[in-house]
Design a protein around this ligand. Structure first.
Ligand code: SF4
Ligand code: SF4
Length: 172
């Protein structure tokens, strides 16, 4: 499945949230944002190397759909809904062979997404092990895992909410 499908799925998931669920998702996304802030700050020297040595080689000649997931798109759409139109325009350029990332601004870069609103793999992946930011990487990964778990268990939580009044009505 391509990124267009992930984008549609992410949008549908957001639209289906009720007010309470929206609050929880917002809180998780804010935590991911804070974790990305900390990672970006502490990885500054490493990221400078990315820019000076290879000018963002990792964003070129890739399959964006192998890197970017519906959870990344959902995170970005929750935190920056105003990005939706620009993202949809980029997605029209989706190809199924390796190419420069469709989210490079004007096809050349930098990345379209604002600082700290980056897909998980874009922000946590470096071309070598970086022990100095292991903890910060773990926090970003933990945030995305919570986001995924929230949606995974959402149907069960909804069912138990629906059953609760029925059960209390049956109680003597
Ligand atoms: S992670 Fe490595 S290969 Fe990728 S842009 Fe940075 S320095 Fe270059
Ligand atoms: S989303 Fe941004 S950081 Fe990630 S590969 Fe595309 S251009 Fe690079």
């Amino acid at each position: 499945m391509g990124l267009n499908h992930s984008f549609k799925t992410a949008r549908k998931k957001i639209v289906a949230l009720d007010a309470d669920e929206r609050e929880v998702v917002m809180a998780i996304c804010r935590d991911i944002y804070q974790a990305q802030v900390r990672l970006t700050e502490n990885a500054r020297p490493i990221l400078e190397r990315c820019m000076s040595n290879c000018r963002g080689l990792c964003c070129r000649n890739i399959h964006p759909a192998d890197i970017i997931t519906e959870w990344d798109l959902l995170y970005i759409l929750v935190m920056a809904p105003q990005m939706e139109e620009a993202m949809a325009a980029c997605l029209k350029r989706e190809r199924f062979f390796p190419s420069d990332c469709i989210f490079l601004e004007n096809g050349t870069g930098p990345c379209l997404f604002p600082d700290n609103l980056r897909p998980e793999r874009c922000i946590i992946s470096f071309c070598r092990v970086e022990p100095s930011v292991e903890k910060e990487i773990g926090r970003v990964m933990g945030g995305f895992s919570r986001l995924i778990r929230f949606f995974l268990f959402r149907p069960l939580r909804r069912l138990s909410r629906w059953l609760r009044p029925l059960n209390s009505a049956r109680e003597p």
